[in-house]
Design a protein around this ligand. Structure first.
Ligand SMILES: [Zn+2]
Length: 315
């Protein structure tokens, strides 16, 4: 099976599953909600050399997946969607993932089931409507530079390189441009954007009037740059605990906007609203809950298994 066929099969399977689960296809996709509703057991643990593992249901056991809990959130989400792909496509054997598309085995030589699962992850997490709707919020029709792909990846909570591969597959970016952008380190983009000497924030959002009303899957350590000159000098804000406004912004000049750091956990969907001094102008977004800790949505040292027989899932 070539990649084109794998993408066709996986794209249809991902769209069908999203429809069956009534998940939105125009924004961030909650892969853990999908796993829960599919009745798969999910466990996070430290697994050197492995991203994750899928085991199908057997006569006396639930099907489920293991995820490497030491990875970053975007990688955990991608791996979770990849394993969900194995389950959804009916792949019938235990599979251990130690494949990285950018190293080791050439992608052309991957087994068919791996190609399908990898393509499923991309289509499931990045439906074309979500990609297009997010680009519009970024003021774009297609990505024009590496920074655009980085911002797109933040909004969809996907990895920079996974997002780059997908927009190339969607023919929004030429192979030549994609090759060049693949060499760009997200750390460099973060440093450029934050205008901060030394260690840049873990992730840096570039927000404007166009991104108003967005749902942002933020994480602890994020920097939010809000370019909003209409808010004037010294605007005020309301938001959840765990969000701090910078007294001395780095990337925006006084009167040009504000900056926030996500310094703590956000436990439920919360509005972040900035209001001008005269109270005539506002800008707001909805912040999605942050994971319990850096190890991701699945991770909890005390209760490794979050979803499974105890939750009443079907075998
Ligand atoms: Zn796999």
């Amino acid at each position: 099976m070539n990649w084109l066929t794998a993408h066709r099969v996986a794209g249809i399977a991902a769209a069908n599953l999203r429809r069956r689960l009534d998940l939105p296809d125009d924004r961030y996709v909650d892969v853990f909600a999908a796993l829960r509703r599919c009745g798969l057991m999910v466990a996070g643990q430290e697994m050197p050399n492995l991203f994750g593992m899928y085991f199908p249901a057997g006569p006396n056991r639930h099907g489920g997946i293991f995820l490497n809990s030491t990875m970053g959130e975007a990688t955990i989400r991608h791996t979770a969607a990849h394993e969900l792909g194995h389950a959804e496509l009916g792949h019938g054997r235990c599979l251990a993932e130690c494949l990285d598309p950018l190293s080791g085995t050439a992608p052309q030589q991957w087994p068919d089931e791996e190609k399908q699962a990898e393509a499923f992850a991309a289509w499931f997490l990045m439906p074309i409507r979500a990609v297009k709707a997010t680009l519009i919020r970024l003021g774009l029709d297609v990505p024009r530079e590496a920074m655009d792909v980085y911002q797109l990846s933040l909004h969809l909570a996907t990895s920079y390189r996974g997002t780059l591969r997908h927009v190339q597959h969607l023919r929004m970016v030429t192979p030549d441009a994609a090759r060049g952008w693949a060499a760009v380190q997200p750390a460099r983009l973060r440093a450029l954007l934050s205008c901060q000497d030394g260690q840049p924030p873990a992730r840096v959002w570039d927000l404007t009037g166009l991104t108003e009303g967005s749902y942002l899957p933020v994480e602890q350590g994020d920097r939010l740059i809000v370019r909003a000159p209409w808010l004037g000098d010294d605007p005020e804000f309301t938001g959840p605990d765990g969000v701090t406004m910078l007294a001395d912004p780095h990337a925006v000049a006084p009167g040009e906007g504000v900056e926030f750091d996500v310094t703590g956990y956000i436990d439920s969907e919360s509005m972040l609203t900035v209001t001008s001094r005269d109270r005539k102008e506002t800008w707001s977004v909805t912040l999605m809950p942050t994971p319990d800790d850096h190890r991701g949505l699945i991770a909890s040292a005390r209760a490794q298994i979050l979803i499974g027989p105890m939750s009443g899932a079907r075998r």
